[in-house]
Design a binder for this molecule. Sequence first.
Ligand code: TXA
Ligand code: MG
Length: 368
Amino acid sequence: MKGRRPRPLDDGDSGRARVSGQFRRAKPLKNRRDFYLPSSATITPMSIVSQYTATMVKTAAESLLEGNLVAFPTETVYGLGADATNQRAVRRIYTVKGRPLDHPVIVHISSIESMNKWAQDIPNYAATLARTFWPGPMTLILPRTNLAKNFITGGQENVGIRIPSHPLALELLSAFESKGGIGIAAPSANRFGAVSPTTAHAVEIELNSHLSAKDKILDGGACQIGVESTIINCTQSKPAILRPGAITLEMIESYLNISIEVSASITPVDQIKASGLHESHYAPKAKVILIGSPSPGDGFIALDKFFTPEKVFRLAAPKSNEEYAQILYQAFRLADKLGLDRVFVKPPSGKGIAVAINDRLAKAASHS
Ligand code: TXA
Ligand code: MG
């Protein structure tokens, strides 16, 4: 699961929707040039850094250590990062997101060796999962050490840890750790309950008015996976999936050679509190409808093989379930940009990543 090479914003952000087979251009919110910096650019206050150099990544790492926030790409979605040992900085994440304080945040690290700093009593199966799927789209919930304070865990005795695979995320983590940092706390870089951003531009739209002058957004292109990491509860004798993602049930079972549980997606298991497990989440402003057919003026998301009804805005036509996951949140954002009231979605069928897509669709629809 290697992250895509960083590249400029792609078509998912071009604001184009296809209406009955034709492209219709939505009014861009900002001039695209605003999202780019010339190659000679240095990091400016609250900038989106698109053409970064090793020096810029180091500067971003230093900024984190000074207590500022840095939004950065991962292979799943963009995260809003803060030094995980700095209470004031982590509190700012909650303020910027508008998130309740008792919801835990995931700590991102760059290597398996750092796992013991944050977690203890690590079961063998969790170590196997870490060795197999990290760096990658998987978060392990483990018993915490003293380093994982209540302001990270929401007062719970467990901590969520992940090594992302996006090259820019790994570069940032390495630079941060080489300067004395131990982990970067990062929830998805959206306002509480909203759709996770999968481009730097989407982060800007979500959070710009809440970020301060010293915060930064690192642009690493569109996220390759597009839905959040698989969360696995590793605090019991057997693992259980709390949030499905690109590391699928089948993958986990085949590596561990056991059958495992998927918790009912809306019911936290064993009092584990996870905001992404709430019923209403991942929702655009438009009403998301999973049953029935769109009428003229509605949005429509479905696999490419399904045709677009007359006068309906085709927001996405992915060719595979993987592509479906990658562009789903961009399609939701496009619906809001176009000011649509309703989006009809034909959910994908099958196992694998389709389970994660259906989980997010169910939550988006229950919000509407
Ligand atoms: O792909 C991802 O996981 C992204 C990228 C940025 O890494 N992060 C992300 O974070 O989706 P967030 O906070 O938006 O969603 C993580 C979920 C939340 O529902 C949170 O409550 C849960 O993980 N979580 C974090 N730490 C936890 C813990 N100690 N126990 C139970 N749930 C936890
Ligand atoms: Mg989130």
